[in-house]
Ligand binder design. Structure first.
Ligand code: ADP
Ligand code: ZN
Ligand code: ZN
Length: 731
């Protein structure tokens, strides 16, 4: 008896066995390929499933097996390698396989819709249009239309991506109405040509490139630890060139959607190749289209954020993960995977090289270097000889601060602006003030639904919770005692901006946080303005710390360097070293005199001194040794189970009974149930169990136990819980 083993696209952890469609010939069933979609009955509805295998045995009572309803595809939508990757990820992250496989599908595919023919719609110039160009008739009256007409004529064909990204629809339709252009259906072309010559690499870059080149045809994980501005991206570009020459696709992962324009620009200037962007800013239909371009091999270079690690590349030849240390690579809800780790596994399955690049590699990666699993390449100097900025602390104990700025820092800002240079101020808190308190009775404005204080936003006159997004009108008197004497505590970027505007009238000032720069387009505009190199002051959150190039910045001020010094999480030191190195790295990319000033109340704290005196590569070695003494990741393993519930006791009981039944012993420690560091968020109480072990196999076994007990209990009481393997935040 032939059995179809299916993964249902739903949050169900197990596989499901079915019988083939009624009256399907045995031979035909044999030929069904893993990865095709199948519609199957499930309860009183029908669901889309993926075929995992055709087998002859099942643990289910055969009389209870149902026939599937319909075979949806002739050929698999998902290649064998990607299916293998998904299966690995489902088991490693203890996540329902159907949901993991769904991550490798576009939304249309997930819904079971038929796969349509992949066509490009593009514009071409008609003979009337060509005639018009020749006679120059159009230019006088409609310059926009004229330049568009010329562009289409020159490129021969203008694809759909261009229309949605660049030109106004009205120009297209005006030209169409005049019958100067027509919309044509064209099969996409593979372009892959190099446009510009490769830059001559310096000695250090050459060494890295040639070492990677030696292993270009098989799996090897390379780490490029290169200080900011040392030419890592240039190496990526030459690696892409090598892959393109071999007709292979390159997957380039970046941590953040805001970095796409900059990256796409740099890549597209170099190559005449088809570049596909994959990120959360795409509409469903664009994403679906991009997905198809990638899977059918029309796309050469895929630039994407986290979820692109599942991009359905059909001729993948290389993966590059830029800023590999960035915690945005870890998905923080639903299927909690690390895109970097998935990418490494993927490269292994696809047998292609992978490059992890960063100025501040994660300790996970550095441990793999230490144990010779990954190949380490170092770039210790900036290209062109620009020196790295020098770091100094500003002792702000008992100093007057205005908008969080000391007079020393203000003076340094003035000097820099007077010299015609640019300043970057870093403060990782948006809003105006982080706390509103009554000076008479002590009442504090807190979120109704979370255990956190509300942040004051002055411009919009509201109090906002930065965790659940809830907002309330700004109050002018205390709801508890009626006093109008309200205190503002905790400086946010808006307050710093206000003070800076007062102190530097006439200077260009940009506030860069998610309130002010809500999307990719706003970031693009900002970058355009800043790269014009007029003196300006940038005030921003970690948005500014990520990989952007600000060639004119020569002074970086960190307003509150202490904010990470006493973090609750064991990753605090690593994060602080990375953040300060990254923020500092924005300075002086083209100059020899750049400075970073760190305002602190703890100038003598050993770690603060270490950050000032030592390079990240030295510092990271100490931190790694220290983790070893406490068996903490990456030298030990953590898996977290969290339950979110409306009443505190429910989640706690749920976890407690799982812990009791699981009876974890041996080399795995089970801690909890305990409330999370933020015990309540968005109206839900958060409780957790933490598994900790030095042994990877044991901890995963323990997690399997927790999950299976959790699944059983959940059926009865509908608890909302999840498991997080290698959590980036445990508090
Ligand atoms: P990173 O990615 O390490 O920050 P980039 O690759 O962006 O460094 O290089 C920093 C700057 O130096 C860029 O403007 C880049 O164009 C330039 N650059 C990189 N390598 C070279 C080289 N070999 N010769 C000349 N300029 C280079
Ligand atoms: Zn009061
Ligand atoms: Zn809230």
């Amino acid at each position: 008896m032939q059995i179809l083993r299916l993964a249902v696209i739903s949050p169900m952890r197990s596989f499901f066995d079915y019988l083939p469609p009624v009256r399907m010939a045995e031979k035909a069933v044999e030929n069904l390929q893993p990865g095709i979609r199948i519609r199957a009955p499930f309860g009183n509805r029908s669901v889309v499933c993926i075929l995992l295998e055709v087998t002859l045995s099942t643990n289910i009572d055969k009389s209870r097996l149902k026939n599937v309803l319909e075979i949806l595809d002739e050929t698999p939508l998902i290649r064998r390698e990607l299916l293998e990757l998904c299966n690995w990820a489902a088991s490693y992250y203890h996540h329902p396989p159907g949901e993991v496989i769904a991550a490798a599908f576009s939304s249309k595919q997930r819904r079971g819709l038929p796969v349509s023919e992949l066509v490009d719609y593009g514009w071409t110039v008609t003979s009337l249009g060509e005639e018009t160009i020749k006679q120059g008739k159009i230019a006088m009256r409609a310059p926009k239309q004229a330049s568009l007409l010329n562009l289409i004529s020159k490129s021969g064909f203008l694809g759909r991506e261009y229309i949605s990204n660049h030109a106004s629809h009205s120009s297209f339709y005006a030209l169409k109405k005049k019958k100067l252009i027509t919309l044509e259906k064209v099969f996409p072309k593979v372009l892959s040509r190099s446009k510009k010559q490769d830059v001559a690499l310096n000695h250090a870059q050459k060494q890295v490139l040639s070492s990677i080149k030696n292993n270009i045809d098989s799996f090897k994980c390379h780490v490029i630890e290169g200080v900011t501005g040392s030419g890592k991206t240039e190496i990526y570009l030459q690696l892409i060139h090598l892959a393109l020459k071999q007709q292979k696709q390159v997957l380039l992962l970046i941590p953040e959607i805001n970095l796409t324009p900059q990256t796409v620009l740099r890549v597209s200037e170099r190559f005449d190749a088809r570049i596909t962007e994959l990120h959360s800013g795409l509409t469903d239909s664009d994403r679906d289209y991009s997905w198809r371009l990638v899977s059918e091999g029309y796309s050469d270079i895929i630039i994407g954020t986290r979820s692109a690690c599942f991009a359905p590349c059909s001729r993948l030849g290389m993966i590059i993960v830029d800023e590999e240390h960035d915690s945005s690579y870890k998905q923080q809800d639903g299927f909690r995977y690390s895109a970097r780790d998935i990418a490494v596994k993927r490269a292994q399955i696809e047998n292609c090289p992978i490059v992890l690049g960063s100025a501040t590699p994660s300790l996970e990666t550095l441990l793999n270097v230490r144990s010779d699993r990954y190949l380490h390449h170092e770039l210790t100097e900036r290209v062109g000889g620009a020196s790295l900025p020098n770091l100094t602390t500003i002792d702000i104990r008992e100093k007057a601060l205005s908008g969080g700025l000391s007079s020393t820092l203000l003076r340094a800002i003035k000097n820099t602006i007077d010299k015609g240079e640019q300043v970057l101020l870093f403060l990782n808190r948006r809003g105006y003030a982080t706390q509103l308190q009554c000076h008479r009775c002590g009442w504090i404005a807190e979120c109704e639904d979370c255990d956190v204080r509300m942040t004051l936003h002055k411009k919009t006159k509201e109090l906002r919770c930065h965790h659940c997004g809830k907002s309330a009108r700004l109050i002018l008197s205390c709801p508890n005692c009626g006093s109008k004497n309200l205190l503002l505590e905790g400086i946010g970027t808006q307050q710093t901006e206000e003070k800076i505007r007062e102190a530097f009238k006439g200077t260009i000032i940009h506030r860069v946080d998610s309130d002010n720069i809500p999307n990719k387009a706003a970031m693009e505009k900002l970058m355009e303005s800043v790269t014009q190199r007029r003196p300006c002051i940038l005030i921003g959150t970690q948005m500014l710390a990520k990989g952007h190039h600000f060639p004119g910045v020569t002074l970086v001020g960190v307003l509150d360097a202490d904010s990470l010094l006493f973090g609750l999480d064991f990753r605090g030191e690593e994060r602080m070293a990375q953040l300060i190195t990254q923020v500092s790295g924005r300075a002086g990319r083209e100059s020899n005199k750049s400075h970073v000033l760190l305002q602190t109340h703890h100038p003598n704290h050993p770690f603060m001194q270490a950050i000032v005196d030592q390079s990240y590569s030295t510092l990271s070695k100490y931190i790694l040794d220290d983790r070893g003494t406490r068996d903490l990741p990456p030298l030990g393993y953590l898996i977290l189970m969290r339950a979110d519930s409306k009443y505190q006791a429910d989640g706690e009981h749920f976890l407690k009974s799982i812990a009791e039944r699981a009876n974890i012993t041996g080399d795995v420690k089970l801690i909890g149930p305990l409330p999370s560091a933020m015990p309540r968020r968005a109206g839900k109480y958060r409780n957790q169990l933490l598994l900790h072990s030095k042994n990877r196999t044991s901890i995963h076994k323990a997690a399997t136990k927790l999950v299976s007990i959790g699944d059983k209990i959940t059926k009865r009481n509908k608890m909302n819980w999840f498991i997080d393997v290698d959590p980036v935040e445990i508090c």
